[in-house]
Design a protein around this ligand. Structure first.
Ligand code: 13P
Ligand code: ZN
Length: 273
């Protein structure tokens, strides 16, 4: 089967376009990765080419050795993915050590995978070890979440609690909370290590003054998570712009919600203010 006829590729392209339509992907902002299932690799194997040179990932992900990933290209625009997926995305294969990759499909007009490949692969590796069903990592330049990183203290507890308070669904959608990475140079191993460390605990990591990373089991879950967090951030921006909260959801009300919805909310987020 041709890659572009496969369901995973269609889902990948749709997410890119949905993110573009949300306004999260100015220019080449943001990137997406998907860890393919073994049967998906077999499904499209006849459309892959195995003659490109191996290149260093820039980090080591031994638990992902030999796996295949669909990823966006570096410098490519999300708005163009739907028009020409073969020029703006690619499929890469990792070597048997998880240290090098080669392009086996896509980027037909040249280019390389996203500069955030170390973060994507390290996050996917951490998540795979916890739950092998995790397959998607999505990075977007979400406007309101970024705005909040200029105003709120850059602490996991504070971002989680403030965003939980802005929409009753939030503690149900991201009960484990949100991690925050202080400002760091993007595109390298250091920020990948910091982010993947947070991904051991959370499905969401905010990069101060830059954007957000979300991880999930499929495209719907991952996009939905990004959308929920950013919507909540938008409400908080509006509330702060209107002069701040006059009333809100209280810690005991969150505990009540957790009981009725069958989720566990860590007490560290339910501090008294
Ligand atoms: P790429 O174009 O290399 O994916 O980079 C975009 C980005 O958002 C970097 O953080
Ligand atoms: Zn970015």
């Amino acid at each position: 089967m041709a890659v572009l006829d496969a369901e995973f590729a269609q889902g990948f392209i749709r997410l890119c376009n949905d993110g573009w339509e949300q306004g999260w992907h100015e220019r080449n902002g943001g990137n997406l990765s998907y860890r393919m299932k073994a049967e998906e690799v077999e499904e499209v194997r006849s459309d892959l080419k195995f003659d490109a040179a191996w290149q260093p990932i820039g980090t080591s992900v031994p638990a992902l050795a030999g796996e295949f990933f669909m990823v966006t290209g570096s410098g490519k625009y999300f708005r163009n993915v739907i028009l020409d997926p073969e020029a703006n995305t690619c499929i890469i294969e990792l070597d048997d050590k998880g240290e090098n990759f080669r392009i086996v499909w896509g980027l037909v007009k040249g280019g390389r995978p996203t500069s955030e490949l170390p973060s994507h692969l390290m996050n996917l590796e951490v998540k795979k070890k916890i739950n092998p069903d995790y397959r998607v990592v999505y990075h977007a330049h979400t406007t309101n979440t970024i705005a909040l990183t200029f105003v709120l203290p850059l602490k996991d507890e504070i971002f989680t609690r403030e965003l939980w308070e802005m929409a009753t669904e939030c503690p149900v959608v991201f009960p484990d909370g949100i991690g925050v990475v202080h400002w760091m140079v993007p595109g390298g191993r250091d920020i990948a290590v910091a982010t993947s460390d947070l991904m051991k605990k959370y499905d969401v990591a905010i990069w101060a003054h830059h954007g957000m990373f979300c991880a999930g089991t499929d495209f719907d879950m991952t996009f939905g998570l990004m959308h929920t967090v950013e919507k909540s951030a938008e409400i908080l921006v509006k509330v702060l712009s209107m002069g701040g909260k006059k009333q809100t959801i209280q810690p005991d009300e969150f505990r009540h919600l957790a009981k009725d919805f069958g989720v566990t909310l860590p007490e560290k987020f339910l501090y008294e203010k």
